[in-house]
Design a protein around this ligand. Structure first.
Ligand code: CTP
Length: 478
């Protein structure tokens, strides 16, 4: 990395440099953009910081944005956030933001406006980590030069997360940074410097002053990383997990009774989560992995002759999903319902591998899972964890059989998106009756008969059955 080379070929850089010269403002690209360029990652957010020889940095950020935008196009819309002294526009797929250098902590989404002017060094001081505190000059005298007062470049090489100032100061400026440290460590595969990590432990309670939305945003980024277990282990070790996600903390530990222990559900869940990352980037399926065993602790029982059981944990867990989603400010619509369904059904496909597989059991599963059957199967495959590789292989093979059979049954019976072959309207017309409980009874019995395989999922067989049921209920054809 010593021969770092910035790619400043995007036309925005030339325009910013021109505007900065015109306005006599010292300007730098900073933060995540610089870090990601040095790491060879693409970054579509570019932050510019500007320093004026005179006062009024905050206003100058806006002027610079305006001038740059005016060179690009008269139609380019610049958004101003006066309270924060920032201005932003989107151009050619890039999100470009301008801000005046600050003396105080840099928090993009802090509610308190920050106005005090600072030098470039002040601004870099108040950023979260050395790897995020590097700047690249946009000024004619040294265009493209790296300004790196805290050896962020060296930390990138050493794969180290470290705060520029005393970590107690940096974390107290914005306690969310404790989670950001863990998130960057997880995303980038970096190590948090021990002194920095100790400060997270010391300051962990301060996370309570941070809004749930910001916390959840970081947690989601951890869950979306290639190996989310890294982040959860760090959250646990730092003491943050207990505060932000107590149910997950509760999964930790093994109880022994008469020499028999059970799996540590914390590490098991993390294994499932890491496994599912190979199958999907879908955040909600990953959340289903996070929550699939969440209610194991309160359902745990030791039964003589059987050992440890967690009877009903899938039912209780599914009931917890809306509670946890609500508290975490996660979306309560289709996403929550999907996760709730996954948690509720997560034992079913595995149960099928253990018994004689009947078509009716397969049909019922298809009916309940509907279009989410593939997601459910991925979750269940990820849930097969054991230190014994042979055992895992055996299970996966059996599981393949279930997958095949599900396919066969679906092709034959099409129950995945089950639509009753006979509608309530039709029943009412046929027997000349008004809405009433008979209609529900007939529809339910026909559905059950199809799922049980007593009749086929087709109109003729359903019609015959409807006639018989009608007779039993004392109904006559109109
Ligand atoms: N920053 C900070 N403290 C925060 C948030 C942000 O010091 N709590 C600074 C860092 O210098 C960071 C920059 O603001 O690099 C931009 O923040 P943001 O866009 O939130 O993060 P990125 O570092 O760009 O990373 P990502 O896009 O992955 O969130």
């Amino acid at each position: 990395m010593k021969n770092y080379q910035f790619n400043l070929s995007h036309p925005v850089f030339a325009q910013v440099a021109r505007a900065a010269a015109e306005l006599n403002l010292q300007t730098y690209a900073v933060g995540g953009f610089v870090r990601d360029q040095l790491l060879g990652r693409t970054c579509k957010d570019i932050d510019f910081v500007t320093v004026s020889p005179n006062s009024g940095n905050q206003q100058h950020g806006m002027e610079l944005a305006q001038k740059t935008a005016s060179y690009i196009s008269t139609d380019l819309q610049v958004n101003y956030f006066k309270n924060f002294g920032t201005a932003q526009f989107r151009w050619q797929g890039y999100d470009v933001e301008f801000v005046g250098a600050r003396k105080e902590s840099y928090q993009r989404d802090s509610r308190k406006p920050i106005v005090e002017n600072g030098t470039l060094q002040d601004d870099q001081n108040r950023r979260d980590f050395t790897i995020n505190a590097m700047a690249v000059s946009m000024n004619a005298a040294n265009f493209g030069e790296l300004i790196d007062p805290f050896d962020g470049l060296e930390d990138l090489e050493k794969k180290l997360i470290r705060t520029p100032l005393d970590p107690d100061v940096t974390f107290s400026d914005d306690p969310l940074r404790m989670m950001r440290a863990i998130r960057f460590a997880t995303q980038l595969g970096f190590t948090i410097l021990p002194e920095t990590f100790e400060a997270i432990k010391r300051n962990r309670e301060r996370i309570k002053i941070i809004s749930q939305e910001r916390i959840t945003d970081e947690l989601n980024k951890i869950i979306l990383a290639a190996k989310p277990s890294v982040g959860f282990v760090l959250l646990e070790e730092s003491g943050l997990l207990e505060i932000i996600f107590p149910e997950f903390q509760q999964l930790k530990g093994v109880e022994n009774y008469e020499g028999k222990g059970h799996k540590d559900n914390f590490f098991h869940t993390l294994q499932v989560l890491d496994n599912i990352t190979k199958a999907t980037n879908n955040l909600w399926l990953r959340w289903a992995a996070v929550l699939h065993d969440i209610a194991k602790p309160p359902t745990k029982k030791f039964i003589e002759g059987t050992g440890w059981t967690f009877h009903g944990h899938e039912v209780l867990g599914s009931k917890w999903v809306p509670k946890i989603f609500g508290r975490m400010k996660l979306p309560m619509g289709a996403e929550m319902k999907f996760v709730r369904k996954m948690v509720y059904l997560h034992l079913r496909p595995i149960a099928l591998t253990k018994e004689e597989i009947t078509d009716s059991a397969l049909r019922r599963l298809l009916f309940e899972a509907g279009d989410d059957i593939e997601s459910l199967l991925s979750l269940c495959e990820a849930d097969i964890t054991s230190k014994n590789r042979e055992k895992v292989k055996r299970y996966l093979m059996k599981f393949e059989v279930v997958r095949e059979k599900l396919k066969e049954v679906e092709e034959k019976d099409r129950v995945r998106n089950f639509q009753p072959p006979i509608s309530g309207e039709f029943i009412m017309q046929y027997f000349g009756i008004k809405p009433g409980k008979e209609i529900g009874i007939i529809k339910e019995e026909i559905k059950e008969a199809i799922l049980e395989g007593k009749i086929r999922n087709d109109i003729d067989e359903a019609l015959q059955m409807m006639q018989k049921l009608g007779e039993k209920l004392g109904l006559k054809k109109m």
